[in-house]
Design a protein around this ligand. Structure first.
Ligand SMILES: [Zn+2]
Length: 254
């Protein structure tokens, strides 16, 4: 399974950038947890560099990702210094896989947070980008010391958009597939062997409900039916199963 390592920037004794009553370390953790939750719908394994208000060093974060054998790395940050908008970083010298990784993720975040200034796809000699062995991106999600940006960062709905942008980007860049939901699984009832009035009763019940079925003649001349298809737990499936149980008919779920 694909492994994605998410790094909420700063934490603990290092608040990161502060401004307008906000701390970078809190926002990065909130966004990272939202990404984690959104990715739970996908066939992917996720690890965070921190899940609380702690400070692993930059080298520790990179080492955690390397030791775990992460396939992809994302570091989440909030900018400061008097600008506005979104920018992303990869290491100064990267392979084409990482360039593609940045292109797709950057574009999806810009799309998801609409109306925000695109400051561009950049490169920098940041420790977490330099010391990680896998395609790695660092995102700077608006400016904490800009009043307009801070207003957005205070809205949970905006942080959801930021997280969704990262997730859509990761899904596209990596080709993640959604987990098969248990309710999407289909089942069939196989039941038999009927003759006489029981045969008529079962046949009429199935056909009156309009369900697809295949009759099968067994060696002893009785008839079995394969009936389907049903989604487990639905009223249709329960109706079929209750009918079989109430009449004491033999069946198996396939
Ligand atoms: Zn930062």
């Amino acid at each position: 399974m694909v492994k994605i390592f998410i790094d909420p920037g700063h934490g603990g004794s290092d608040p990161g950038a502060v401004g307008n009553g906000l701390k970078e370390k809190d926002l990065t953790l909130t966004i990272s947890k939202k990404i984690l939750s959104l990715l739970s719908n996908y066939d992917v394994s996720i690890k965070l560099s921190r899940t609380g208000d702690t400070y692993p060093s930059l080298s520790e974060r990179a080492k955690m990702a390397n030791d775990w054998g992460a396939d992809y790395f994302v570091s989440i940050h909030i900018n400061s210094g008097g600008g506005t908008g979104f920018e992303s970083y990869v290491y100064t010298s990267v392979n084409s896989a990482t360039v593609a990784y940045q292109n797709v993720i950057h574009a999806e975040i810009i799309k998801a947070i609409g109306g925000v200034k695109d400051r561009g796809k950049k490169r920098a000699n940041y420790a977490v980008l330099r010391e990680t062995n896998m395609p790695a991106i660092l995102t700077e999600n608006l400016f904490i010391d800009n009043a307009n940006d801070a207003k957005k960062l205070r809205q949970d709905s905006f942080l959801n958009q930021v997280a969704q942008g990262h997730v859509t980007g990761l899904v596209k860049a990596i080709g993640l597939r959604q987990k098969l939901q248990p309710t999407q699984k289909k089942i069939y009832f196989y039941t038999g062997g009927y003759r006489g009035s029981a045969l008529v009763k079962v046949h009429d019940f199935i056909s009156n409900n309009g369900w697809w079925f295949v009759p099968e003649r067994l060696n002893d001349g009785s008839i079995a039916f394969l009936v389907g298809e049903f989604t487990p737990g639905t009223e249709k499936a329960n109706t079929m199963e209750n009918f079989l149980k109430e009449n004491g008919f033999w069946y198996e779920v396939r």
